[in-house]
Write a protein that binds this ligand. Structure first.
Ligand SMILES: Cc1ncc(COP(=O)(O)O)c(C=O)c1O
Length: 491
């Protein structure tokens, strides 16, 4: 049975066989434990915590979050989870919140709330730093809200409060700051941005999706953490993902609001159809309660002490990585990270090709996530360090040193000028999945079995294209990937 086989089996298959098939399929995935996949996954490294989350998830597997009056257990759990997050992030037991499926959903709802709280604004806009997460652009696209991206300081990668304030107009419904930004791990000057927003009567959302459940523990471990939470005057909402540094199973984020009116504007209700009256706090209607139970159990199983220890370990690992990268000729850390997220860029006379470096490191066991250049900010490779990263830091630094040497030895790689020009002229709307898939080898992407996952050609190509063309190319790629014309990567 391969992933190419389709359809339903004539008779049901035994569970052991299915689990064996899943094990075989996931063998080609990046590892989710052990800290060598330096993005996407957050491993607490504690089997007991994992077991508690798994048990709780399964215990609530069939419970439907659609109707909190039918399943009061979800109200009890959500109150506890939201309460725990609020208490740590400048709120209290009365702070209104929503448990959502992730950072993107929290951000969508924060933008919806801000938009719907100002129905008189015909063409609403949100003002975000250029380093804000893509989820704000998604919210803008989904909710028909214009996103005004304001350049950040090119040295520190932090938002510039005066520039943010200057970008606000009568149409602005929300101002955004990140704590920290994903790409560079730096915390924006939240207090100044929120004060400037409040001075104009505007709400301010803090995107603490990645940092909300990390920064408080780093501060306790002695790191300098600027104020960023609901205790900061002018901050009106804040998102904090538990499926990141909360170490909870995926599908867990909390959106906090300073007041009930704003949370009410995030809700949706519809009784204008003949079925059950719908009232939702989230984008999803029917939804499993597993992620909520998993997040609750993870918080309870780790406790403040557990998070404190994981925070201290991640901070120590980050300091060692930052110092080590600074000592590698040709590499530098972009900015000064406030959290345990590090962007590795290049410098010097003979900078190594970043995209080759990513492939080279992956081949040597460490996945470093490529981050394209945009808005005048240089390209980089992303590393998120968690509580289990410490053991791997020396190995990662050795891999980086060896990879830089190997990439340099192969010599510089020229940007694919002809291909870039060709792609600029292609009409992606008329190209179908089969034709697009046939083009990929020319772009240097070989997904055939055994080819290994070399992405340098594609990353170099994307980096050379204007962002809108990148987006069209990426969605075309996704469409081809889910069609029968491409092998699944690593298959
Ligand atoms: C700062 C920030 N905001 C939002 C998100 C989006 O979160 P998700 O992938 O859970 O939707 C992320 C994800 O990394 C993030 O780092």
């Amino acid at each position: 049975m391969t992933d190419r086989q389709f359809g339903l089996p004539d008779s049901g298959r035994p569970a052991e066989e299915l689990l064996a098939e899943l094990r075989a399929l996931t063998a080609a995935d990046l590892p989710t434990r052990g800290g060598r996949t330096t993005a996407y996954t957050y491993d607490a490294g504690r089997p007991g915590v994992r077991a508690a989350a798994e048990g709780a998830y399964l215990a609530m597997l069939e419970v439907n979050g659609l109707d909190p009056t039918a399943f009061p257990s979800i109200v009890a759990l959500e109150r506890q989870v939201v309460g725990a997050v609020a208490a740590r992030l400048g709120g209290d037991e009365r702070t209104p919140g929503i448990f959502t499926s992730g950072g993107t959903e929290s951000i969508l709802l924060a933008v919806k709330a801000a938009r719907d709280a100002r129905p008189e604004v015909a063409e609403p806009e949100i003002v975000v730093p250029a380093t804000a997460h893509a989820a704000f652009f998604k919210a803008g696209a989904y909710l028909k809200v214009k996103v005004v991206a304001v350049p950040v300081d090119p040295e520190t990668f932090r938002a510039v409060p005066e520039a943010m304030a200057a970008a606000c107009t009568d149409r602005t419904v929300l101002v955004v700051a990140s704590a920290p930004s994903y790409a560079h791990g730096v915390v924006d000057p939240v207090a100044a941005i929120a004060a400037a927003a409040a001075g104009r009567g505007l709400p301010c959302h803090v995107d603490a999706c990645v940092g909300g459940w990390l920064l408080p523990w780093l501060a306790e471990a002695g790191a300098q953490v600027p104020p960023f939470d609901l205790s900061v005057p002018g901050v009106t909402s804040l998102s904090c993902d538990l499926h990141k540094f909360g170490y909870a199973p995926k599908g867990a984020s909390v959106l906090l609001f300073r007041d009930q009116a704003l949370r009410l504007a995030a809700y949706f209700a519809c009784a204008q159809w003949p079925g059950y009256p719908v009232v939702n706090s989230t984008v999803q209607s029917s939804k499993g309660a597993g992620p909520l139970a998993g997040a609750w159990a993870t918080l309870q199983a780790l406790g403040a002490d557990g998070y404190r220890e994981l925070g201290r370990a991640a901070l120590d690992a980050t300091r060692r990585l930052v110092a080590g990268v600074g000592a590698i000729d040709g590499l530098r850390v972009l900015g000064t990270p406030d959290a345990t997220l590090v962007a590795i860029g290049t410098d010097g006379e003979d900078p190594p090709d970043l995209w080759e470096l990513a492939d080279e490191s992956r081949g040597r066991g460490f996945f470093l996530q490529p981050q394209l250049s945009v808005a005048g900010l240089p390209a980089s490779l992303h590393v998120t360090l968690t509580g289990v990263s410490g053991e791997g830091v020396d190995g990662l630094l050795a891999v980086l040193r060896d990879s830089v040497a190997a990439v340099r030895a192969r010599g510089p790689v020229a940007p694919p000028a002809e291909l870039l020009a060709l792609l600029g002229q292609l009409d992606f709307t008329t190209l179908d999945d089969a034709a697009f898939a046939a083009l990929l080898p020319a772009a240097g992407l070989d997904l055939s079995p055994g080819a290994g996952t070399r992405m340098a050609g594609v990353n170099r190509l994307l980096d050379g294209l204007p962002p809108q063309l990148r987006d069209r190319l990426a969605t075309r790629f996704l469409s081809a990937l889910y069609s029968p014309y491409l092998d699944a990567p690593g298959a």
